[in-house]
Ligand binder design. Structure first.
Ligand SMILES: *[C@@H]1O[C@H](CO)[C@@H](O)[C@H](O)[C@H]1NC(C)=O
Ligand SMILES: *[C@@H]1O[C@H](CO)[C@@H](O)[C@H](O)[C@H]1NC(C)=O
Ligand SMILES: *[C@@H]1O[C@H](CO)[C@@H](O)[C@H](O)[C@H]1NC(C)=O
Ligand SMILES: *[C@@H]1O[C@H](CO)[C@@H](O)[C@H](O)[C@H]1NC(C)=O
Ligand SMILES: *[C@@H]1O[C@H](CO)[C@@H](O)[C@H](O)[C@H]1NC(C)=O
Ligand SMILES: *[C@@H]1O[C@H](CO)[C@@H](O)[C@H](O)[C@H]1NC(C)=O
Ligand SMILES: *[C@@H]1O[C@H](CO)[C@@H](O)[C@H](O)[C@H]1NC(C)=O
Ligand SMILES: *[C@@H]1O[C@H](CO)[C@@H](O)[C@H](O)[C@H]1NC(C)=O
Ligand SMILES: *[C@@H]1O[C@H](CO)[C@@H](O)[C@H](O)[C@H]1NC(C)=O
Ligand SMILES: *[C@@H]1O[C@H](CO)[C@@H](O)[C@H](O)[C@H]1NC(C)=O
Ligand SMILES: *[C@@H]1O[C@H](CO)[C@@H](O)[C@H](O)[C@H]1NC(C)=O
Length: 320
């Protein structure tokens, strides 16, 4: 029997290839635009209590093609749903698991509504996603573990929700991530060092959570494109790493409202030639403002309030 199988495979490689192609095409045809319609109708059915402007109730009618529905974009080739944008429509409801069946989706924006409950784990099926915006809703639950399926994601923003728990190290599976905004949630634990390994990142905004621990010394080793780093209003501690001076594209750095301690503002921050805004207010910093800071000549906004900084401000900025 074993020999027979080997003989078959050896003698009929094309048959095997055909079999593979056939089963692949069966897998593809298992979902079609009817799947997408079912997913969107499941969403419409969830908008139970309010759809104040009756946008979905009226416009998302089974009489018309889903590609003509408000907020829906279909791909020109496959006529599958590639974009869904129902931002700011005053919608209340949960996000149904069927949305995870929109397997061609590239961009999903449900921001500024009143979606609540957890984001279903079926979202793991949205592996083509490049943009995910869930800002300003009442979504809750742990920081989503399914993000490690999002190999194409470039833009992830979950601001103003109630996500909790730690940011998972598998965040680094999103190796094309450019923008990460998680501000105004209740995320806890350390910032995983894997985050600082995503070399495509331009924006890291983790403001207003309950993150603790310190920033690793290697923070800038791979973040050559970082423009904005906002870690303000958390419970971070330890030193401000001098290696932050190596994030050479940085324009905005805010570490205010944390517990950064002892010692000195690293003079290397002055190496940040693009820096517009530096906010270190509300920490436990001591000592003098280092002279090197004056080398950051693009600075327009500087805040060192509520620390224990001594000395005088004139010499670092060449004001003598
Ligand atoms: C989608 O596939 C289902 C079976 O999986 C089939 O019944 C349906 O007719 C198909 N719809 C279209 C529009 O091809
Ligand atoms: C839904 O809205 C789109 C875009 O405004 C419009 O073209 C379409 O005719 C509407 N469909 C229905 C059934 O109201
Ligand atoms: C969704 O629509 C809103 C309002 O039209 C727009 O501001 C926003 O950029 C859109 N989102 C995406 C991801 O294109
Ligand atoms: C879509 O998702 C739901 C729930 O996750 C599931 O029950 C259903 O079988 C899926 N497939 C299709 C083709 O709708
Ligand atoms: C995430 O990355 C790790 C390490 O690179 C890998 O082992 C894992 O399979 C990835 N997860 C997914 C869902 O791709
Ligand atoms: C964010 O949430 C807070 C508290 O729930 C609210 O006061 C604030 O207006 C929200 N921000 C936006 C942009 O909606
Ligand atoms: C976060 O919440 C504060 C106060 O609740 C609000 O002023 C701010 O606009 C919110 N930020 C975002 C990004 O929504
Ligand atoms: C960061 O990436 C480098 C190179 O790919 C790898 O060697 C290292 O283990 C990664 N570190 C973390 C913390 O993921
Ligand atoms: C400021 O920059 C100048 C010229 O690049 C350099 O010579 C000097 O050492 C720098 N000062 C500090 C304190 O880093
Ligand atoms: C501030 O620093 C000075 C000297 O560096 C020290 O004497 C003082 O106790 C510190 N105050 C606080 C509140 O830490
Ligand atoms: C500030 O420092 C400069 C240079 O070291 C010195 O000339 C100046 O007198 C100092 N000013 C005050 C108010 O201590």
């Amino acid at each position: 029997m074993h020999t027979t199988m080997e003989t078959i495979i050896y003698h009929f490689p094309f048959g095997l290839l055909l079999l593979c192609i056939l089963s692949a095409s069966i897998a593809i045809s298992a979902t079609n635009i009817t799947t997408d319609q079912f997913a969107l109708l499941s969403l419409r059915a969830q908008i139970t209590t309010t759809d104040p402007h009756h946008i979905l109730a009226k416009n998302w009618s089974s009489g018309s093609s889903i590609c003509e529905w408000i907020g829906v974009t279909c791909g020109s080739r496959h006529r599958r749903v590639i974009g869904l944008n129902i931002s700011n429509m005053g919608l209340t409801g949960i996000i149904p698991p069927q949305l995870g069946n929109l397997s061609f989706l590239v961009s999903l924006d449900v921001s500024t509504n009143n979606f609540h409950g957890e984001v279903p784990h079926e979202f793991a099926g949205l592996h083509r996603l490049r943009v995910l915006n869930l800002d300003v809703n009442n979504l809750e639950g742990y920081f989503p573990p399914w993000i490690d399926s999002f190999h194409e994601l470039q833009y992830l923003t979950l601001r103003n929700n109630s996500f909790t728990g730690p940011i998972l190290p598998s965040i680094s599976n999103m190796s094309k991530l450019v923008t990460l905004r998680l501000s105004n949630n209740t995320l806890q634990g350390n910032i995983p060092k894997e985050l600082f390994n995503i070399s495509s990142l331009e924006i890291i905004d983790l403001k207003g959570n309950s993150l603790s621990g310190s920033i690793p010394d290697s923070v800038c080793d791979r973040l050559g494109s970082l423009i904005e780093l906002d870690l303000s209003f958390n419970q971070l501690n330890g030193h401000i790493p001098s290696s932050l001076g190596e994030c050479s594209q940085l324009q905005m750095l805010s570490l205010s409202g944390n517990h950064f301690i002892s010692g000195y503002i690293p003079k290397e921050l002055g190496n940040l030639k693009m820096l517009h805004s530096l906010d270190l207010a509300g920490n436990r910093l001591e000592g003098a403002i280092p002279k090197g800071i004056g080398n950051a000549t693009m600075l327009k906004s500087l805040n060192f309030d509520y620390n224990n900084i001594t000395g005088n401000c004139t010499s670092p900025f060449g004001l003598v």
